[in-house]
Each structure stands twice: as C-alpha cells, then as structure tokens.
Design a protein around this ligand. Structure first.
Ligand SMILES: [Zn+2]
Length: 445
C-alpha cells in the first residue's frame, strides 16, 4: 500500500468510527441486558449463564436484525460459537474478526462480554450507514461459555475454535444439574438453525479453526486503572501469566488447654507462617504488577479448642514476567514446613498480543483523539486462546470502581462509545481498504 492509500484508508476509518452511534449502542446493550435481567431494569444484574434459555434468546435477538440484511450471513460452529458475517468485496479472504461472549456469571452485570459483542455489531451498523464495503469479510463472534460458571473450565468456545482437539473433552463436562455440555451445545445449534430456517436467514458453514486474518476484542477493563487515570481506552498489550498453588500443611491434633506449646505440631501455626512469608514478600517487593491472593483457607478439625491437624490454602499469583512468578514459587518452596505439600493447579504463561495489531489500536486512539494508555489484562478473555491462533489484540473501556461480575458493574455510555469507535477504526483498517458498496457488476464498466 502506498502512502496516499494509507492516508485515504485512515481517513475512511475515521468516518466509520464517527458513524458509531452512542444511542444505538446503548439501546443494543440495554436490550441485551433484558435477556436474563434480574428484577426491573439493569440494576438487579443479569443471570445469563452459558447456553441457558436466556442466552439462546439473546443470541437470536442480536443476530436477527442482520441476518436478513443483504451482505450478511450467520453461522454456528461445533462449539456453539455464533458468528455474524458482513461480506467483504473478496469473499474468499479470511475475515477480520471481533466479538466476545454474552454468557454471564450466575449473577453478573450488563457489560462483561456483552459490550464486545454489541460493539462489533455497532461497527456493522456504522459501515452500513456509510454504505462502505471492506475488502475482507468481518465476523462478529459470540464465544460460548467464556465464564466457566455453568460448565468448567471457561473459554470453552474460543479454545475449541482455536484447538478443535480440545472439544471432545469439553463435550463430556456436566453442569450442576448433570446436563452434559454436548446436550446444551446441540440444543443451541438446533435453536439457531430452526430460527434461521423459519426466518430465511442467509447461512454459512463455520468450521472450527478456519483461518482468521486478525482478531480484536473490546471488553470492559474489570479493574480500576482507566477510571482512576481518567482515560477513555486501554490498549491491551498482554494478558498476564497466572499460577495457582494449593498448599497442604499437616500437623497433629491435640487439646488446646493441656498441650504445652513446645510439644505441639500445630498445622495452623505452620501454615500461617508460610502464608505470612508470601504476603510479606508481596508487600515489600515494591512491584505493583504483582498480584498475590490467598483466596481459600480450610482448617481441620476447625474446632476452637483443638490444635489443627491439617490446613489447606490456595495461592493465586499473577505477573507479566515469568521470573516474578518463579520467585514466588521459590519462596513457597523455601517456606513450606516439613511434610507440607505443594500442588500446581494451574500455570498459564503471559500471553502477548500481536505487536502490529496492538500498535493499530494505539494508532486508532491517536487518530480519534481518545485518551488512552497501554496496559495489561489482569483477567482471562477469549482473546487469550485467539492470540495463539491469529494476530490478536484487545481494547478496554473503563469500569466504574473496577467492579465486575456483579450487578453494580457499569461504564459511562460515552466511554463505551469511545472504545467502540476505536474498535471500528481498527476493524476498518484490518478489513480494508474501504470502497463504497456499489455492486461489483456495476463497477466493472
Ligand atoms: Zn468477559
């Protein structure tokens, strides 16, 4: 591409960004939140766990306005991920992709995941308002079971999409009522197909692991950084690594009143010393990127006047650098009392996003004069498995008070619109160059 073309594409991407409607974005988000709303309005939160009746209805509701519009088609894959495609000029090219998830925690808020899907669909409307067609198709994905609260683990849809060999194991997972994921998946596929037949939707086949040109996901930050710094958009460069440890400390049960301190083998005292060493390290290391959480603590027999015979506690530690995680591991090894056991429950290395795509996100913010910063994601997202599959990146919108997975989850609509504009700019560039949507036949002569 020469410099003139690049300038023209950037200018058109700016037009697409400015065509994003704040009111229509809010209407779509409020309408989506009504599916599974607890109580009146959005104040009571949203209960829309993976593939429940509310989620299936929400999928149909989101897809419906596009499915019969010329230039759009719909598909659902073997992991029940739903895709809405806006055709490109060159339909054989791999799509630029965006999206997120619309499942929630048992009681979640109205924006986690929902925002990324609504934002992608809003970009479609912006392109339609301008009558622009991109060179590549653009897909908006609704990934299945990101949250992992109904079927464990989370990220099932995006993991299966990028690594189809993992699907088999997911199919046998059961929810709390004993229902297999496979049955829920089949019901979701049948539900959307039936609606497509009834409504005459344009359908597309969507095999797992089909090529994707690039993936960029908008999401709420779920942390306090952007709000505290008064910024509109976060350009996410990586998802920090995480390790989960379970530490078991044995002791010997005895009477609290009769056993002298020197004669005790007190599991509680030993476990507290180990935990203290970790918390002291976190408090004193001076590295504000370290996250260290002792989230679960079980003591047995758990009696007020009995010396503990066993303590089990967990450590969740996160940091973008493997060396910092290694240091915590070494500290646990050193602080573990005799007979103590250490299990590694999870070890996910830091996922770094594509430098060019992350750069495009920063370019978008600069071009649109949105206040922004580069940042890490503290939580997992569908973009994590995607990052190992195709060039990927993320955009964050601020979260009020850093709250998420809670009915109080909120973001000012202007901030959501700003992040959507950055997404629109990136997608236009990723799928470009843009042309007016004159039918190809007519433009030949
Ligand atoms: Zn999410």
């Amino acid at each position: 591409m020469n410099a003139l073309d690049a300038m023209r594409d950037a200018a058109l991407a700016g037009d697409v960004a400015r065509a994003v409607g704040t009111a229509s974005l809010e209407a779509r988000l409020r309408g989506l939140a009504a599916h599974g709303a607890v109580g009146a309005g959005t104040g009571g939160g949203v209960a829309r766990q993976a593939l429940c009746a509310h989620e299936l209805a929400a999928r149909r509701w989101l897809v419906q306005p596009f499915a019969r519009r010329p230039g759009y088609r719909v598909g659902i894959d073997a992991a029940a991920n739903v895709f809405v495609r806006r055709d490109g000029q060159e339909s054989m090219l791999s799509p630029a992709m965006t999206g997120s998830h619309i499942d929630t925690q048992p009681l979640g808020g109205w924006l986690d995941g929902a925002f990324g899907v609504a934002a992608g669909l809003e970009v479609f409307d912006a392109l339609d308002r301008l009558g622009l067609r991109t060179r590549r198709p653009i897909d908006v994905a609704m990934w299945t079971n990101e949250e992992g609260s109904r079927f464990a683990p989370g990220l099932m849809g995006s993991v299966a999409f990028t690594a189809p060999q993992r699907l088999e194991a997911f199919l046998g997972v059961r929810d709390g009522d004993g229902l297999r994921f496979e049955a829920a998946r089949d019901a979701a596929v049948d539900d959307l197909r039936a609606e497509a037949l009834r409504e005459g939707w344009r359908w597309m086949d969507t095999p797992l692991a089909r090529p994707v040109h690039g993936y960029i996901e908008a999401h709420i930050e779920q942390g306090p950084v952007l709000e505290a710094e008064g910024l509109q958009v976060g350009c996410v460069s990586a998802i920090q690594g995480v390790r989960w440890f379970r530490i078991t400390v044995p002791g010997r049960s005895a009477h609290a009143g009769t056993t002298p301190l020197a004669a005790r083998d007190d599991a509680q005292a030993k476990a507290v010393r180990t935990a203290h060493a970790l918390l002291e390290h976190a408090a004193r290391c001076g590295d504000d990127r370290l996250r260290l959480t002792i989230g679960r603590w079980e003591c047995s027999p758990g009696s007020i006047n009995t010396i503990a015979e066993r303590v089990v506690f967990t450590v969740d530690v996160r940091h973008p650098e493997a060396a910092a995680l290694d240091a915590v591991r070494a500290l646990i090894d050193a602080a573990l009392p005799a007979g103590g056991q250490l299990e590694v429950l999870q070890d996910k290395p830091t996922v770094r996003f594509d430098a060019a795509l992350a750069g495009l996100a920063r370019e978008a913010c600069a071009a649109l004069q949105l206040s922004h910063r580069e940042m890490l994601s503290g939580a997992f997202h569908d973009a994590m498995p995607l990052a190992g599959f195709c060039p990927s990146a993320m955009l964050f919108a601020p979260s009020r008070g850093g709250v998420s997975h809670h009915p109080d989850e909120d973001t000012p609509i202007d901030d959501l619109a700003a992040c959507t504009r950055a997404l629109a700019w990136c997608l236009a560039r990723l799928a470009g160059p843009l042309v007016s949507s004159t039918p190809p036949e007519a433009s030949k002569d």
